[in-house]
Write a protein that binds this ligand. Structure first.
Ligand SMILES: [Zn+2]
Ligand SMILES: [Zn+2]
Length: 346
């Protein structure tokens, strides 16, 4: 593709080598430019500048875990505020300074995951919908359709916790169930905490929206008899293990699926800011209701996952939000799955 500037660069040496007077050379250059311009604008459409294309690929990514088909479903992106992190003064000052040079350091995504076991279609978390992020999120249902499924086909929703960026996609603002045939499962301490009018009544003002959204999102499922709580390790789905991950919220739960010797852990909000909390697992988020327990859970979990090479699905990691942890220095690094356009049978 030729541009006007390239035309000028090409014509100049020719003009100079003939040693024509400067004014003439200018005139000649102008004539050449006009010729080039008419050539570009002429019938040879192949040389026209291609308009930029701003559309993107659909927001899903599939991978195989044993016999399971796991599909990451994109819901949206945002940025984590450095003031939402709690750590030593030195660590947090370091993050704030690093952000000047590296403004995308705290970019986060929101992703949910679909597991097709061959018998059931299971959604793990449901994105933010319209309940968080002022319109930046809420693409989950579109991503699900792009991936070839409909909301009506989802049998089960497993919820890691009741923050609105993980359950907002369950319910519309006018109180309709987005997944009308799904049974929703959540840990009993989680459900009891967020749905309690007494606890909500005593909670600080800043926390009120979290209680209000959790109650509004759960309401139509409760009414339909589709809201279920679990207290321990009761079986919900074959090959599923419930992994209590306390601290972030009272009933924060991971879901580990195993099939044919392969495992994937859906870890909820174990990490919000991957470029801070993997190097500094002791750094917590202000949304962690029990800060000490949240840090302890992460410090206990990360070494085990790195050692065993467990596949991790983390809603706030970079899309497709699936990868493995590697030990790196005193912390960990994230080894994301590598994009392929094939269904990888390995
Ligand atoms: Zn959360
Ligand atoms: Zn979250």
């Amino acid at each position: 593709m030729m541009t006007i500037n390239e035309g000028r660069a090409m014509s100049s040496p020719v003009v100079r080598s003939r040693k024509v007077p400067k004014r003439n050379s200018m005139r000649l250059a102008a004539a050449l430019l006009a010729a080039v311009a008419s050539f570009v604008a002429g019938p040879s459409a192949g040389l026209a500048a291609a308009p930029q294309r701003h559309d993107q690929v659909p927001g899903f990514y599939r991978l195989k875990v044993g016999d399971l088909e796991v599909t990451a479903l994109f819901d949206g992106t945002g940025a984590f505020d450095p003031h939402w992190l709690n750590g030593t003064r030195a660590t947090i000052d370091g993050v704030v300074n690093a952000l000047h040079e590296d403004p995308h350091m705290l970019d986060v995504a929101d992703t949910s995951f679909l597991v097709n076991t061959g018998k059931q279609l299971i959604l793990v978390d449901a994105g933010a919908g319209t309940w968080w992020g002022g319109g930046a999120f809420g693409r989950l249902a579109g991503s699900l359709r792009s991936a070839g499924y409909t909301p009506e086909e989802v049998d089960i929703v497993l919820v890691t916790h009741l923050h609105s960026d993980h359950v907002g996609g369950l319910t519309t603002q006018d109180g309709k169930r987005v997944f009308p045939n799904a049974d929703v499962y959540v840990a009993k301490p989680e459900s009891d905490f967020w749905l309690s009018p007494e606890i909500a009544g005593k909670a600080p003002k800043d926390a009120q929206p979290f209680f209000q959204s959790a109650q509004a999102i759960a309401a139509p499922y409760i009414k339909a008899g589709k809201w279920h709580t679990f207290g321990g390790s009761e079986p919900i789905v074959d090959g599923l293990q419930l992994v209590p991950l306390p601290g972030h919220t009272p009933g924060h739960t991971g879901y580990e699926f195993s099939s044919k010797g392969q495992k994937i852990l859906f870890w909820g909000d174990i990490v919000h800011a991957l470029r801070v909390q993997l190097q500094h697992p002791e750094v917590t988020a202000i949304f962690d209701i029990d800060q000490t327990a949240a840090a302890a859970t992460r410090l206990q979990l990360l070494p085990k996952l790195a050692r065993e090479g467990v596949l991790v699905a983390g809603p706030h990691m970079n899309f497709p939000a699936v990868g493995r942890l590697r030990k790196e220095g005193s912390g960990y690094s994230w080894a994301p799955v590598v994009f392929t356009d094939r269904w990888d049978e390995k």
